[in-house]
Design a protein around this ligand. Structure first.
Ligand code: SAM
Length: 205
């Protein structure tokens, strides 16, 4: 998976490559599709949600430009795989999921695998986590019409936010750096994520 899907597509950050080799993706997918865990695609994890394609997880992690001492906020815990990848590199991961059973499943996996630096919250992630702000990095792993204002406020000066931004069913990957009270935005490749549902996201259908 790592050689053909990740390195060949241009991921260069050694730490990201090492972590993608280390984290057992098959333990983050439902048992009946475990054989497909390393396929080059997103997979269903129940409740109409998905675990992202391995390359997208690697790309978003690389775009965060992690050094190792960061406090990271993730919106959209889902299976917990992206949070585990982040937790292998940084000191603190705070991850928010709105669907309680997914959050509970992810929490169990983190305990089983020994991740002590991940905290899981069940709430509307579009409002962020003001009690833990500021964050050095924020990653949104669901499609958002724009960067929710509370998240922009909870990002520290010079911090980076990575998110799929655009329409409900088609977006561009955005990398933005906070400069003063503004975000300097760079749009990268086209992507398709499940929608971010919440006060500053999309309405539930
Ligand atoms: N990062 C996940 C992983 O590694 O498996 C994949 C995330 S999945 C593509 C998107 C997730 O965002 C879903 O689990 C969905 O329930 C969650 N989500 C959508 N809106 C949300 C919100 N407002 N707050 C928190 N989570 C949200």
């Amino acid at each position: 998976m790592v050689e053909t899907q990740i390195v060949e597509r241009g991921i260069r950050d050694e730490r990201v490559i090492e972590v993608m080799k280390k984290v057992p993706r098959h333990l983050f997918v439902p048992e009946d599709i475990m054989d497909d865990a390393y396929d080059d695609r997103a997979l269903p994890i129940g409740h109409g949600q998905t675990i992202s394609q391995p390359y997208i997880v690697a790309l978003m992690t690389e775009l965060l430009e992690l050094k190792g001492n960061e406090k990271v906020l993730e919106i959209g815990t889902g299976s917990g795989y992206q949070a585990a990848v982040l937790a292998e590199i940084v000191s603190e991961v705070h991850t928010i999921e709105r669907i309680q059973p997914l959050a509970e499943e992810a929490k169990k996996k983190f305990e089983k695998l020994g991740y002590k630096n991940i905290k899981v919250y069940v709430k509307d992630g579009t409002e962020g986590l003001p009690e833990e702000a500021p964050f050095d990095r924020i990653i949104i792993t669901a499609a958002t019409p724009d960067i929710p204002e509370p998240l922009q406020l909870q990002l520290r000066e010079g911090g980076i936010i990575v998110a799929p931004v655009g329409k409900r069913y088609s977006q561009y990957m955005l990398k933005a750096e906070k400069k003063g009270d503004k975000l300097e935005k760079h749009y990268l490749i086209p992507v398709a994520f499940v929608p971010l549902i919440g006060k500053y996201g999309w309405k539930e259908e």
